[in-house]
Design a protein around this ligand. Sequence first.
Ligand SMILES: [Zn+2]
Length: 295
Amino acid sequence: MSKKDSLSRFLFEKNAVRGEIVNVTETYQSMLENHHYPEPVQCLLGDLLVATSLLTATLKFEGDITVQLQGDGPVRLVVINGNNNQQMRGVARVGEEDVKAGSTLKEMIGNGFMVITVTPKKGERYQGIVALDGETIEACIDNYFKQSEQLPTQVFIRSGMQAGKAAAAGMLLQVLPATEEHSVEQTAEHFELLTQLTHTIKAEELFTLDTKEILHRLYHEEDVTLYEPQRVEFRCTCSRERCEDTLVTLSEEDVNHLLQEQGNIDMECEYCGTHYIFNEDDVKNINKLDKSELH
Ligand SMILES: [Zn+2]
């Protein structure tokens, strides 16, 4: 479990601009365990994790969120699953083709889309789709906000290595709805200034400094209110029960074939690497349960 990862919201009271700052380094490291991704794919996962965390915090919902990149390039799929409690997991599927060092988003995903799916506990599921025509995840998320919200929003995403270990963090700025106190023009001007200031943050600073230090470093002339942080953590939703649900969908022939070939059925979670082993007796019991439920 992560000890350090957290997301904090902050507010520029006088300027009608809100912000978020997140560090997901430990969650990211857990996500990379048991995987050997090419370096650019690793960074892509980090970027998408940061983006998902920031995005989740701007949406008012209780439930699950999935952000995925899919296209016709050598990286078939990159997906982050999370929820409103900032519990995240993610995986990338890379095809046969090599992913060269220094590959861009476009070179990895090819012609593709970013699909954002929100499944609230109550109410309807909704989906947003953005063409991947930005150079970076940062640009694609900015496009998403332009498409879906009227409020100007800007994200800042950094992922890479820090002291030999994978690290990922980011920030978000968003204009608040106009009020009598704050004219649209005034707010736009402030937003522009704050965006320029935030652009000066270095990856290393985001990875290593604590939230207060970063806010001071960037906005020491501004009046910033910082709220209580929310924890971010790696959490996989796989379980033996879910594997059983998959097993009963397989034909008896396939199951018997697997049992004969390997002695048991070993199902590995592609997100966290947990193995779920089923022997012949386990399979018989699942089938019995399943059939009794049908009657
Ligand atoms: Zn798992």
